[in-house]
Structure formats: C-alpha cells, structure tokens
Design a protein around this ligand. Structure first.
Ligand SMILES: [Zn+2]
Length: 123
C-alpha cells in the first residue's frame, strides 16, 4: 500500500493528545485506510519521562495494516531519540513526533530510518 498522506483531522487530534498528556508523553499506532493515514490506536496507560514511549511499544502486538506511529516529545524537540530510531523500523513506515507547545505546525514526520520526510496533509 502506497501512503498518500495523513488526514488533517488526525494531525489535529495528535496535537490535542499531546497537549492533554503534557508533561507526559502519549504514544499511538497509526493505521491507513486506502492509502491515507486516518486512524489511531492510543496505547493505554500513562507514560512518564521523556523518550520512554518506545519502551511502551515493546508490549504491543504488531499489525500488518499498521502505517506507523505517533508520540509526543514534551521537551518540544521534534527529532527522534536513539530509542525512537531503534523502534521505528518495527512499527511501519511513517512516524510522527508531536512537540510542545503543540501548535498547528509542531509536528514532524520521519521514515523508519529516522530521516525527515514530507507527507501530504489531506483535508
Ligand atoms: Zn521520541
């Protein structure tokens, strides 16, 4: 499946989740529907401390329809940590990091190897 983009509503929801979880992280798995990332499965529980989201993913079963993941960085640094880069290849192709203060453009998308990538935002 070729991923064409991510739904704008989903980006809004991710920013909202980041804000609501702050100063903790949230983590979610993303699913695509007909090539558009449009759904999320929030991982349950509270994650405390920066860069610990990836540990959480170790407990998740992997799904073949998985498009990628999203998690927040309460420190506002929209770059993958070493732990993130180890985790990304195991959970799909596109990985979103949502950073404080969670404004409209406070997110970045990365490929599984941790390189920044542009993904279309679909209305
Ligand atoms: Zn991270």
């Amino acid at each position: 499946m070729i991923i064409r983009g991510i739904k704008k509503e989903l980006i809004r929801l991710l920013l909202e989740l980041g804000k609501n979880s702050h100063p903790n992280e949230f983590a979610a798995l993303l699913k695509e529907d007909e090539g558009v990332i449009s759904e999320l499965n929030l991982l349950p529980g509270t994650i405390t401390g920066s860069s610990s989201a990836s540990i959480f993913f170790d407990m998740m079963p992997l799904d073949t329809h998985l498009a990628g993941s999203a998690h927040s960085h309460p420190n506002g640094v929209c770059r993958p940590s070493d732990a993130d880069i180890n985790f990304f290849p195991r959970a799909g192709r596109y990985h979103f990091i949502i950073g404080a203060p969670y404004r409209e453009n406070d997110w970045r998308c990365f490929t599984a190897d941790g390189e920044p990538c542009e993904l279309a935002v679909i209305e």
